[in-house]
Design a protein around this ligand. Sequence first.
Ligand code: ATP
Length: 510
Amino acid sequence: MANEDLFKKVISHAKEYGYVFASSEIYDGLSAVYDYAQNGVELKKNIREYWWRSMVFMHQNIVGIDASILMHPTTWKASGHVDAFNDPLIDNKDSKKRYRADVLIEDFCEKINKKAQKEIAKAKKRFGESFNEEEFKSTNPRVLGYIKQQKEIIERMASSLEAEDLADVKLLIEELGIADPLTGSKNWTDVKQFNLMFGTKLGASAESAMDLYLRPETAQGIFVNFLNVQKTGRMKIPFGIAQTGKAFRNEIVARQFIFRMREFEQMEMQFFVRPGEEMKWYEYWKETRLKWHHSLGLGEENYRFHDHEKMAHYANAATDIEFNFPFGFKELEGIHSRTDFDLKAHEEHSGKKLQFFDHETNKNYTPYVVETSIGLDRMFLAIFSNSLKTEELEDGSSRVVLKLPAILAPIKAAVLPLVKKDGLPDIAKKIIEDLQWDYNVTYDEKDAVGRRYRRQDAVGTPFCITVDHQTIEDETVTIRNRDTMEQERIKISEISKKLEDTISYKKWLK
Ligand code: ATP
């Protein structure tokens, strides 16, 4: 299936099976704002929990907080967001469409990258087993040319943005002949900076009202609480503070479903370390976070690191974990070495010391910070789009199945009485009453059992438990596996254990 078709399918499946709806849909929706439906809310909650456990439960030196969305406005002055949280935007005069100038250039580079990959794939086919990819990449003139071209473009963009030379960013777009991806027009306006924060007001009367912002990231709620947590939790460096919560950005271009939203949720962890040790921890968190992603089994080939050329104003090293979305490799998570920028800035603006006394070195210092920051909605999209499959079956029919990692599936099991009579529904309901203490389970008695299986496949339910006439005789049921479609007969008393074997955090996170 072409990628574009796959993406359309993802969006319609998400709606049809109760995962994601457009916000205020009866009023034709609100651009780049979405609601999570009955299954979506469960998947989202499970992803959040999977992250939280790996961060907070599995690290004795990481604790969580839940800071508020509204913060003192000086926070955003100190963090640099008031002055520097901008995206360079450019409009196409013919199509009237607005784009991020840096994204247009990065997409252009990705096309060059694809050409290089094509050359490599061709050579691989030609040389077969004796092919040495690394050697080919470093010697083949065509591939070298593509790599050099990409590097030069990205470096020039980074230095122009750094120097705020927006005229050169436009010039670069023109020199590369970049056209509006929707219409092909090359009639561009100048590049302008656009601040992404949403403003709001606190207070009742116009005179006394205070200008506030909806937080554009959750991280600052952690920084301003650094000392509170350190003191009350008696934390010793290195330690981390984790938080999940809503963030708001007035994104310029928001056309990719829940990939880029104006209201979204982040899962962030700030890890406070001794100055000079940040690179060691940066490497540690790169590896740890990639392992977490791999644990879900979506295919290791679908992730890659992308180190930043243009660093945010606070960072001295930064990388993205990119995921192979239906529209190509894009950022899923950011890992940043943020230095002592934030704590120092808050010290300056608040006049309060945000330091740590290290008993081992007998020194007071402002800690350095390594951050891991992942978008919950993007993670949702990565998992959902990767799991949606259409399979051809042996009998010539096909089925649509959402192969979600079982630990994250909204409903863990559906209990189905074969028929609506002979006492089978009562037995099924009894099974539900037992399982619902530990798992989100559902009951379904409508339609033929085959149709019910298909329905659960499409929702992503890992197990279907069917109660039939034999159940009355020997207290056994069939349990059907979503992925293999194999059915097994087990005792009712064994169901819980069977689910536990497949759906335990220990098994998945290990
Ligand atoms: P991008 O370059 O895609 O705009 P970013 O580099 O600005 O993202 P960060 O500020 O590093 O993103 O935020 C951390 C994470 O938050 C991102 O990796 C992404 O998963 C998520 N995120 C950021 N902006 C959005 C958004 N508008 N909608 C959904 N998720 C987002």
